[in-house]
Design a protein around this ligand. Structure first.
Ligand code: ADP
Ligand code: MG
Length: 205
């Protein structure tokens, strides 16, 4: 069962990984954007976690705290988009956690990102990692898979989706200004999305 603690462990782990990988994510963003994506994600999650966390805090409130921090402290495209993801996942979180409940929460998060950013799959954005993860989780519901396995598969689908952005041409965000020159580079927001899903798979069960 995913308690509020498990969600907090997920978010703490993500904050640490974004701090460790900020330079690498900045580098990805430098190739097709303005080089700030790793700093943005790292700053947003760090800010969220400097607010004292009550151990009794519900998953919805922990996720809301991170979402609000990303929306309010990270400028640019990704803050509001990742913020929306965490807020929507939190609003749709069900306790106790089940494969169906997590699938619904992640789907709601992806839908929020897509409606806010107007990107669809194939536009070379974070949606290209998040949407396959949501689809994989839904497939796991159909197959009646336990939550741990479902999250592992969902994270793998996000990894694959992020890798697939290499061959895509950007149609949304700053990278779209490059047109065909965006092909051959990974989308940094998609890589970040895969990091978030992999962290979830390590902590939510
Ligand atoms: P900025 O582009 O403002 O500098 P970041 O560098 O932090 O913001 O984030 C860039 C990432 O944001 C991209 O890699 C992409 O995944 C995501 N992104 C940008 N615009 C959109 C959009 N309209 N819809 C979905 N994701 C987007
Ligand atoms: Mg940027």
């Amino acid at each position: 069962m995913a308690t509020g603690d498990a969600v907090q462990e997920w978010l703490r782990d993500a904050a640490q990984i974004f701090a460790e990988r900020a330079a690498e994510l900045n580098e990805l963003d430098r190739a097709i954007g303005d080089g700030d994506h790793g700093s943005n994600m790292s700053r947003g999650l760090e800010t969220a976690l400097t607010i004292p966390i009550d151990s009794q805090m519900s998953p919805t409130d922990s996720l809301k705290q991170v979402g609000m921090a990303l929306v309010s402290t990270v400028g640019g495209a990704s803050g509001p988009l990742f913020g929306t993801f965490f807020l929507r996942v939190g609003q749709n979180w069900q306790t106790p956690s089940t494969t169906a409940g997590i699938a619904e929460a992640v789907r709601a998060g992806v839908a929020g990102v897509m409606s806010r950013g107007k990107a669809v799959e194939g536009d070379k954005t974070m949606v290209d990692a998040l949407a396959p993860a949501a689809q994989s989780l839904e497939d796991s519901v159909t197959r009646d898979l336990p939550l741990e396995e479902a999250l592992r598969l969902g994270a793998a689908a996000a990894d694959q989706g992020a890798q697939a952005t290499l061959g895509m041409m950007a149609r949304r965000g700053r990278a779209s200004y490059l047109g065909e020159r965006s092909i051959g580079h990974l989308d940094p927001g998609a890589v970040s999305s895969a990091i978030i899903l992999n962290c979830a798979a390590r902590h939510i069960s």
